[in-house]
Ligand binder design. Structure first.
Ligand code: IPM
Ligand code: MG
Length: 370
């Protein structure tokens, strides 16, 4: 059996607790199925800052680059509010995305039938929802230069961020969205703000041209990103795949998360381009939620987004399709049985903590595999 190298970066806050649940799956799969996972663990975010004075050490960056896949928990917390900007916890996450060239961020928002009532929207709006947000992750205003605060010398300062996209960046993310749409309902909606932004005009042009050149079998629509946000809460089931830039994708995916009942439910996969020789992609898997310092350390966090991120890792990094399907089914079955963490608790259900939720999903997963 070949070795599968995983690099674990639990990070801060509930990242540590939720990663502990994923570790149980890794151990069980090695023991019961001989899956051959080899794990190493590192520090990122505030934990790395406390230990090394940086948001991720060079040694851990090297391990991330050498791994088949990185599993990432969450970073940040009030403890690090006043650290220098370049060392803030989020800088570790952004460096990983940039240096591993993880340009394609897949954020599926699926409303498990058992959770239709947990959404803040009416059940009929979200029941059966299955959309995929494809967010560009290494460009746009997150990384554009200049990015600075300058002193204007008259008592005023100026804060500058730069939204910038080149043709190839739009082309490659659009291609990922079209390819994925073909495996789903074959529909892509591209979102930008071409009515006010030059980068939006180019985005629209390049997506349209990419569609025409290679993917005309896929249905393509365009929407202004603000209208897209509105449509996501009005009638989200009109969407299949949404492709959008880094900043809009950040916002729209938080909205999409709440459609599913809780931010604690949404996994994500960040993928690089396939290597020309080996065909392998660099990849990192992380929940969409943050470190939730308000509930960290209490053992009550919902581990589902983290566990579902591991399912995406099985699917996209290791092509372990059966295992990934089983794990996703296990999550659905456990929810069906009324087992809930506090964030998705409903009347008549059983409230459990992080560990009990992880254990229930693991037991179900192993039963499905048997
Ligand atoms: C996300 C997060 C990050 C982002 C933060 C933590 C830098 O909100 O992954 O959605 O803005 O991309
Ligand atoms: Mg976000």
């Amino acid at each position: 059996m070949s070795v599968r190298k995983l690099f674990l970066l639990p990070g801060d806050g509930i990242g540590k607790e939720t990663m502990a649940e994923v570790r149980k799956f890794i151990t069980a799969m090695n023991e019961k199925f001989g899956s051959g996972f080899e794990t190493e663990e590192g520090l990122v975010g505030g934990s790395a800052y406390d230990a090394h004075g940086v948001a991720i050490s060079e040694a851990d960056m090297e391990k991330a680059l050498a791994a088949d896949a990185v599993l990432f928990g969450a970073v940040g917390g009030p403890k690090w509010d006043s650290v220098p900007y370049e060392h803030r916890p989020e800088a570790g996450l952004l460096r990983l995305r940039k240096d591993l060239a993880l340009f394609a961020n897949l954020r599926p928002a699926i409303c498990y039938p058992a959770l239709a009532n947990a959404s803040s929207l009416k059940p009929e709006i979200v029941e059966g929802l299955d959309i995929l947000i494809v967010r560009e992750l290494t460009g746009g205003v997150y990384f554009g230069a200049p990015k600075e605060i300058i002193d204007l010398g008259n008592g005023q300062k100026r804060g500058i961020d730069t939204q910038v996209y080149d043709t190839y960046e739009i082309e490659r993310i659009a291609s990922v969205a079209f390819e994925l749409a073909r495996t789903r309902k074959n529909k892509v909606c591209s979102m930008e703000k071409r009515n006010v932004m030059k980068s939006g005009v180019l985005w629209n042009e390049v997506v349209t041209a990419t569609h025409k050149a290679k993917y005309s079998d896929v249905q393509l629509d365009h929407m202004l990103a603000d209208a897209g946000g509105m449509q996501l809460v009005r009638w989200p089931k009109q969407f299949d795949v949404i492709v959008t830039d880094n900043l809009f994708g950040d916002m729209l995916s938080d909205i999409a998360a709440m459609l599913t009942g809780s931010l604690g439910m949404l996994p994500s996969a960040s993928l690089g381009a396939p290597d020309e020789v080996t065909g392998k992609r660099k990849a990192m898997y992380e929940p969409v939620h943050g470190s939730a310092p308000d509930i960290a350390g209490q053992g009550i966090a919902n581990p589902i987004a983290m566990i579902a991120s591991f399912a995406m890792c099985l699917r996209y990094s290791f092509n372990m399709i059966k295992e990934a399907d089983d794990l996703e089914t296990a999550i659905a079955n456990v929810l069906e049985r009324g087992i809930r963490t506090g964030d998705i608790m409903a009347e008549g259900c059983t409230k459990v903590g992080t560990e009990a939720m992880g254990d229930a999903i693991l037991a179900e997963f192993l039963a499905l595999a048997a």
